[in-house]
Each structure stands twice: as structure tokens, then as C-alpha cells.
Design a protein around this ligand. Structure first.
Ligand code: GTP
Ligand code: MG
Length: 249
């Protein structure tokens, strides 16, 4: 059985995290869950701490350091714990656990599977028009700036083989907010990894507050043009584990 770890970053998600973990456990009893909490003032970290067991773990960080750095810390921990497959998803119930089954099926022939909101038209429920326009044009802009032909470059629901996170040098990923997903996808693509999109329906959060800010949008808009000047390939050799997982699972 391949070890699959689901990395979930949290900041003030006390009204969502319990439901999400329960849903994940009900559907996938074998799944390992790793929450990365930045000392949420609402006590999210403490809630997960109480649920800790062999399958549920929490990485507590002292300060809010941003989504990108939370994911990178989670990925590093997942790799060090021997994950073969790493899933990333938001805690706010926008990403439905039910899609993980299809992702795990698709990852057998790919290195990265992206949950896509823009594959068959637009599949987003309950967003304000302004948010939809920002996301849609943001994606079009990012596709233009990077030349990467992925329909949903900014989505946060993904499934990756260990190999995908080992062939890219995670230390070179510097974007923190909205642009983190774009930079990761750019690095995957430039390193020649096999990427596929899976259509998902995305639901606007109903509880808790969005952490997206104007600064994040601006950061992404500027940085996206500079990705092409970076070399994302890792210089060290892949671990034997990564080599082993190369073929069909
Ligand atoms: N650990 C950590 N998690 C964060 C941080 N910022 C956001 N998150 C989490 O990352 C996930 C995505 O953040 P959201 O605020 O939902 O951002 P979004 O999905 O772009 O925007 P909305 O869906 O409108 O809320 C959620 O699970 C957040 O709790 C952070 O600085 N540190
Ligand atoms: Mg969200």
C-alpha cells in the first residue's frame, strides 16, 4: 500500500477543520493527514492536536508565514515521513474529498494531477462575480506570462507523486500567496513532469474568512514574469524511493 499524506494548511479554520478531517477519514481510512497550522488565534491548531493519532498529525508553526511557506513545510515533512503520494487541499471545505479517489486513479499515469475549476467551462459555486472575474483573468494572465497550458493554474487541490516534489528544488519556490500554485505548476512543467487536470466543482467557503489579499494578487502579477529566469530542477539525485515509484502504481 502506497503511503498517501494529505497536507492541509490552516489559519483560523476552527469551523471547518473538524468536518474536513471527519469526511476524509470516512472516505479514506488509509489516508494520512498532516495539518500545518500557523498558531491560529481561533484555536484550530489545538483542535487538531486533540485529534492526533497515527494517521492525523499537526505541524505547529509559531507565526503566520503565508500559504506558500506552510505548504513547503508540509511537503518537506511528508517527504521525510516517506510519503509516496502527497495531496494538498484547503481546509475551508472548498475542495471536496470525494475527488481524491479519481485523483489517486489518475496519478497512476501522471506525476501531478490538478483539480481544475476551468476544464469544462467554469465549475465554481457561490462566488461573487468580481471574485470569478479576478480568478478567470488571473488564470488567463498567468497562462500568457508563463506559457504553461494548464487551465487552472491557481487552484490549490492537487495530487503529486513523491518524485514531483523531489525533482523540483523546493527552496527555489519563493512566492507566498496566490502565486504559489502558479510557481509550483511552472516548476513541474519546466522539469518535464507529466501533468493532468481533473474537473472538480469548487464551492465557496461558507465559514471562516478568506485570507486572500490585494498584496497577494500584486505579488503574483509581478513575480509570474520572472519564473522563466529561474532554474527549478534539483541538483541532487532522486531518492531510491522516488525512482521506485516512477512506473504505474
Ligand atoms: N498555515 C497557514 N495556512 C494558511 C495561511 N493563509 C491561508 N492559509 C490556509 O490556506 C487555505 C487557503 O486559504 P484561503 O483563505 O481559503 O484562500 P483562498 O482559497 O484563496 O480564498 P477563499 O476561498 O476565498 O477563502 C486555507 O485552508 C487557509 O486556512 C497561512 O499563512 N498559514
Ligand atoms: Mg479557500
Amino acid at each position: 500500500m502506497l503511503k498517501t499524506i494529505c497536507v492541509i494548511p490552516t489559519y483560523n479554520e476552527k469551523d471547518n477543520i473538524l468536518t474536513l478531517i471527519e469526511q476524509l477519514q470516512a472516505l479514506y481510512p488509509e489516508l494520512h493527514i498532516l495539518v500545518v497550522d500557523d498558531n491560529s488565534p481561533d484555536g484550530t491548531g489545538a483542535i487538531v492536536e486533540q485529534m492526533k493519532n497515527v494517521k492525523i498529525d499537526v505541524l505547529h508553526r509559531e507565526y503566520k508565514e503565508g500559504l506558500g511557506s506552510a505548504y513547503l513545510a508540509g511537503f518537506k515533512k511528508a517527504l521525510s515521513e516517506g510519503a509516496d503520494i502527497i495531496i494538498q487541499m484547503d481546509a475551508d471545505l472548498s475542495h471536496e474529498p470525494v475527488y481524491i479517489k479519481a485523483m489517486l486513479e489518475k496519478i497512476k499515469d501522471h506525476d501531478v494531477v490538478i483539480g481544475s475549476r476551468y476544464l469544462n467551462g467554469i465549475s465554481i459555486v457561490n462566488w461573487q462575480l468580481s471574485r470569478l472575474i479576478l480568478s478567470w483573468f488571473g488564470n488567463a494572465y498567468a497562462r500568457f506570462a508563463t506559457g504553461i497550458k494548464i487551465n487552472d493554474l491557481t487552484g490549490g487541490f492537487k495530487c503529486m507523486r513523491r518524485k514531483a516534489l523531489e525533482v523540483i528544488d523546493l527552496r527555489r519556490i519563493k512566492t507566498q500567496g496566490y502565486g504559489f500554485q502558479i510557481e509550483m505548476n511552472y516548476a513541474f512543467s519546466k522539469c518535464g513532469l507529466k501533468i493532468s487536470e481533473l474537473p472538480i466543482i469548487f464551492y465557496e467557503r461558507t465559514k471562516g474568512k478568506s485570507k486572500i489579499s490585494k498584496f497577494m494578487v500584486l505579488e503574483a502579477m509581478i513575480k509570474v514574469f520572472f519564473f522563466r529566469f529561474k532554474n527549478y530542477a534539483t541538483k541532487t539525485k532522486l531518492s531510491t524511493k522516488a525512482m521506485f515509484v516512477k512506473g504505474p502504481l
